[in-house]
Design a protein around this ligand. Structure first.
Ligand code: AMP
Length: 299
């Protein structure tokens, strides 16, 4: 059930219509780890600068995350700044300062290389590919990406898509990648690029999964007070992959249940800034919301 994640570890600066935060702990691989650790032991591969607080690494370890693959490099930790419009779905990236992330050459320690489940969280596709090269025992690999990489590293991304089992991406990214406006057609277009499964996220409108023998759609959990949507996609992926790793199965029923768990962990994420709400939740709360989600989406 070993699950390895590689991706950004960051300080985020977030502005919403109601509040703002600076130097908040974030990064795709961090959000993913918080969500996935409810289900399976996590191996985290990433890079931080000397400015990253040791206590945050300790918190991850306390969740059962193996951080021996987190490298400390000379320089600043990756920083990202974003601003949300009142509709929450429109996000403007204000700043991306790559810092130590820019020249990172990911190294997966020898004793972590046998992970069967691998998630390539947001990072340059060439970096994701280098990490994947080292995961010699992977039999279910999913990848995430973002508009920046589709813009500046599309060839690398297309090469990577031929090597993975699945991709999670949002509506805007799916349209950018395929040129299709209709999201079902866009998802089918992404399937033609290589992956067997596409999880397409539509923000507050939920997500759908399409691929080999499966087509499944989920609304988002009806959160009454959104505080900060940053990391929701990574937490969706964390709940999804965490459950798959726990179940040690990728049959259609498992993948559909994974969609529900992803919906649950994403909903916790948006209820607070950074990882604040995720820190407060335990597995019992995950199950309670899973059951609530089941009851409000079935007869
Ligand atoms: P999400 O809201 O799921 O798209 O994830 C937001 C997280 O992704 C933030 O914590 C950022 O630090 C991180 N992030 C933003 N841009 C990038 C990038 N270009 N590469 C890697 N991670 C990023």
């Amino acid at each position: 059930m070993s699950l390895l994640v590689i991706g950004s570890i960051a300080f985020d600066k977030i502005e919403t219509p109601y509040a703002s935060r600076d130097e908040a702990i974030g990064g795709a691989a961090v959000y993913f780890s918080y969500a996935a650790a409810h289900f399976a032991p996590i191996r985290l591969i990433g890079v931080i600068g000397e400015d990253f607080p040791g206590e945050q690494i300790q918190k991850l370890q306390d969740l059962g995350v193996d951080t021996s693959g987190v490298e400390t490099a000379a320089g600043e930790t990756f920083r990202w700044a974003g601003r949300y419009e009142a509709d929450w779905n429109t996000r403007h990236t204000l700043e991306t300062r790559l810092g130590v992330f820019e020249h990172w050459d990911p190294k997966v320690p020898a004793d972590l290389r046998d992970a069967r489940y691998v998630f390539l969280a947001n990072a340059a596709p060439a970096v994701q590919a280098k990490a994947l090269d080292q995961c010699t025992n992977a039999d279910f690999v999913m990848v995430d990406t973002m508009n920046l990489w589709i813009d500046i590293a599309k060839e690398d991304l297309l090469a990577l898509l031929k090597r993975v089992d699945g991709i999670v991406l949002n509506d805007e990214e799916a349209r950018m990648l395929t040129g299709e406006t209709n999201l079902i057609q866009a998802a089918r277009g992404v399937l033609k690029l290589g992956p067997k499964y596409v999880v397409l996220k539509k923000g507050e409108h939920g997500a759908f999964l399409i691929g080999e023998g499966v087509h499944f759609s989920m609304p988002a959990y009806p959160v009454e007070k959104v505080v900060d949507p940053t990391g929701a996609g990574d937490c969706f992926a964390g709940g999804f992959m965490g459950y798959v790793a726990q179940a040690q199965n990728t049959d259609p029923t498992t993948l559909k249940r994974a969609m529900l768990y992803g919906t649950v962990t994403a909903s916790f994420c948006v209820e607070g800034f950074s990882v604040e709400e995720l820190e407060r939740r335990d597995r019992g709360m995950v199950e309670a919301r899973f059951n609530e989600l089941l009851s409000i989406t079935s007869l």
